[in-house]
Design a protein. Structure first.
Length: 457
């Protein structure tokens, strides 16, 4: 059936992240029928997931129920379901529990972890994209301290107190900084048999500096801030193996092993499975990590009513791909909704204009780096900017209020109030990861320099 024969115009949005949610909100009061589909019933503020992983915030502090957020929009329906197929000819999406027609389809399903062909590492080095990921990281981090408290062998205890963060982008930098503040500050008075300040935290990055997309001067300042916190910075280094508590590093021709019971993955992304569905069913072209190559109006080439936005889209603006950040997804979601409204009024939509909002990464207490236009900040001013921007973009007022109060409390007391171990299995006293003929040599401070994993991150 032709689109013009349907009334009202049916807009189906797949994904309730930044792009999908902002598109739905912008379509409020439009003469359309909106259906937002997500596997979860909540919107997740992913930039603060690392704080859940390190006990600074609770999952509910950075999550907002999609139905509550959109409850005032009478033209919008929310479905908790999973899309398994798309039929561009029939203009339908197939869910696990239903099939829905669409006139316009917006796909905003984001990305997941990328282990560069080493998917078996996922069991030993969890990534950080979902609430479950954050809770698993939190479980492993705090179980490591508990296991160290019970371990009489100093060599094995050292392995429990060694943490490796793989990936030196914003997530890895923020995670490493939070871990350092946790070990060297928050937990110091909590244990009796161990000194948590003896914990060793390494951040491993495959490029020659941390925060590769950032200006070099901010990378240097981030490295200095992390080093001041006590983090060992590893650049130009490859991770070639993660096996039963032993991480193998390679730098140049030199390979060394490190006993580390807690490895956290923050090194790269790959597109969601919906990218492949669009390739198979709609003829979409994918880039090397599975993102969909889209036209200037975010449409899939040859499919003028299927749009891809957010991290799943490979979008080139003025000759350069736009970064995969929440701020970009917000802009794209709002734009595509305005463009649809214009088309429904038989108007030609204005071209998308990307606004570079800058880059922010927090390192720790009073320490951050920021690029806002041509201005570069570091230290307390950048940290203050980071705090206010993140509070501003939290979706619901109660989340803004709770996070602001929690951060203020943590700032003045240096406490992390959500240090809960959930779904735990009591760690072994005598872990097999540091037994036998694979007992690793100590990796020297000057050798460790970055992460890679065989493929450049």
């Amino acid at each position: 059936m032709a689109q013009s024969q349907r009334s009202p115009h049916k807009v189906v949005i797949i994904g309730g992240g930044f792009g999908g949610l902002y598109a739905a909100q912008e379509l409020n009061h439009a003469a359309v029928e909106v259906t937002l589909i997500d596997k979860r019933n909540f919107h997740l503020f992913q930039p603060l997931l690392y704080q859940v992983a390190t006990g600074g915030l609770s999952p509910g502090d950075i999550s907002s129920p999609l139905r509550a957020v959109l409850s005032h929009q009478r033209n919008t329906k929310v479905l908790m379901d999973e899309v398994t197929d798309i039929d561009p000819v029939a203009q339908t999406v197939t869910l696990r529990h239903d099939t829905l027609p669409y006139d316009s389809l917006i796909v905003a399903t984001g990305v997941s972890h990328h282990y560069f062909g080493n998917e078996h590492w996922s069991e030993q080095a969890p990534g950080l994209k979902t609430i479950e990921d954050a809770l698993e990281m939190r479980r492993r981090i705090f179980l490591a301290f508990e296991a160290a408290e019970r371990e009489p062998d100093p060599v094995k205890r050292k392995a429990w107190l060694t943490f490796v963060v793989v990936g030196g982008g914003p997530t890895g930098v923020e995670l490493a900084g939070a871990l350092a503040e946790l070990a060297y500050g928050t937990l110091k008075a909590d244990f009796r048999s161990i000194d948590t300040s003896e914990a060793r935290i390494l951040i491993v990055e495959g490029m020659d500096r941390l925060l590769p997309p950032y200006p070099p001067d901010l990378s240097i300042q981030a490295e200095e801030a992390l080093a001041e916190l006590g983090v060992t910075i590893c650049t130009s280094t490859f991770v070639t193996s993660i096996d039963k508590g032993v991480v193998t590093f390679k730098q140049g021709d030199r390979t060394e092993d490190l006993a580390a019971r807690t490895v956290l993955w923050a090194a790269g992304v790959k597109a969601s499975a919906m990218g492949q569905v669009l390739a198979d069913r709609a003829g979409a072209t994918l880039d090397r990590v599975g993102r969909v190559m889209v036209d200037a109006d975010f449409a899939v080439p040859g499919q003028p009513n299927i749009y891809v936005i957010g991290d799943l889209a490979h979008y080139v603006y003025e000759g350069k791909p736009v970064p995969g950040t929440g701020a970009v997804a917000m802009q794209q979601g709002s734009y595509i909704a305005r463009a649809l409204r214009a088309k429904l009024k038989n108007k030609v939509p204005k071209p998308f204009k990307y606004f570079d909002a800058g880059s922010l990464a927090v390192i720790g207490r009073n320490a951050a780096v920021a690029r806002l236009g041509n201005f570069h900040f570091a230290g307390f001013p950048a940290w203050l900017i980071w705090v206010f921007i993140h509070i501003y973009y939290l979706v619901e007022f109660d989340n803004k209020l709770v996070v602001m109060i929690q951060w203020a409390w943590n700032y003045f007391t240096r406490k992390q109030g959500s240090r809960l171990i959930t779904g735990y299995v009591l760690p072994p006293v005598d872990p097999d990861s540091v037994e036998g003929d694979r007992s690793p040599e100590h990796i020297s401070e000057d050798t460790v320099t970055s992460e890679k994993s065989v493929v450049e991150v």
